[in-house]
Design a protein around this ligand. Structure first.
Ligand SMILES: [Zn+2]
Ligand SMILES: [Zn+2]
Ligand SMILES: [Zn+2]
Length: 280
């Protein structure tokens, strides 16, 4: 699988829109890997995880053919992961060619509600907005797998927002498996049991809190990730050579890319940057 990390930042991005902290000011000055747009991942150009407010900028930056994407997996309905208006441009008024490939959108009930609300602004029911945008919205429940072409998709329950069922996804294909692990705190026991059925080759994991101490909820810091990685090794979910990638980076983690990368390297982990490509 070809994995492209289109965005690797948390909600407000780095540099954050209105922030003047050290990390944001240095990131703005240095550019390159210090800049983190909102998190999204593209697998083989076909399967996309999350669709936030930087989707258009990411298309421009990486020359993406978003019309070729057939599967959109939504982790949860937070503004940095699902911006319904970035789907509206699939409508026939905004596409002059034959139109994009039909798109399966998989997400929780809150994401479905957001799409319905957005359609209502234009006087459209959910069914009408889906037809107009050539999408099929499919509600997803944790621990119930489904197939999409050559890929098996395995949703698991994230620990992120008590008001909705946030999801992480294992995407498996060609004998390889990747875990897209944002946004989440350390997993609950049901997720651990579920993950016990997999052997993961690559993990993209929430490291919102960077080098600051773990707060134990909603997101993870580096020290949480060390504990998660060790637990995965103990349970046989990963081998020591699995690629463990820290992403969903926030200025709240109080570290520039290089600073966090040095700390992560001590644990055999790498820090994601926008445009990073991984062959899994
Ligand atoms: Zn987020
Ligand atoms: Zn800042
Ligand atoms: Zn979130």
């Amino acid at each position: 699988m070809n994995v492209r990390l289109l965005g690797t930042g948390a909600a407000e991005g780095i540099p954050a829109l209105y922030c003047r902290c050290r990390v944001c000011e240095e990131a703005a000055r240095i550019g390159g890997r210090e800049v983190h747009t909102r998190s999204s991942v593209l697998i083989d150009g076909l399967v996309k995880v999350d669709h936030g407010p930087d989707t258009y900028a990411q298309k421009l930056k990486f020359g993406l053919d978003l019309g070729a994407v057939t599967t959109l997996l939504l982790t949860h309905a937070h503004e940095d992961h699902f911006t319904p208006s970035e789907l509206i441009w699939r409508g026939q008024h905004f596409v002059r060619s034959d139109g994009p490939a039909p798109l399966g959108v998989f997400g929780n009930a809150t994401a479905e509600g957001w799409l319905a609300e957005h359609g209502a602004r234009y006087g459209l029911s959910l069914a009408e907005v889906c037809e107009e945008l050539r999408i099929e919205f499919v509600p997803v429940a944790p621990f119930i797998s489904f197939d999409r072409g050559p890929y098996a998709i395995h949703p698991l329950k994230a620990e992120h927002d008590a008001r909705q069922v946030a999801l992480n996804y294992v995407v498996a294909g060609g004998g390889r498996a990747i875990l897209v692990g944002f946004d989440t705190a350390r997993y609950g026991e049901a997720a651990w049991e579920y993950l016990g059925g997999f052997r993961l080759d690559c993990l993209l994991m929430d490291c919102t809190f960077g080098r600051t101490p773990s707060v134990g909820r909603e997101h993870m810091a580096l020290d949480d990730n060390v504990r998660v990685r060790d637990e995965m090794l103990r349970r046989g979910i990963i081998e020591p050579d699995a690629r463990y990638v820290l992403t969903h980076i926030s200025h709240g983690g109080d570290a520039l890319h290089g600073e966090l990368a040095d700390l992560a390297a001590q644990h055999g982990m790498v820090v994601a940057y926008d445009g990073m490509e991984i062959e899994v």
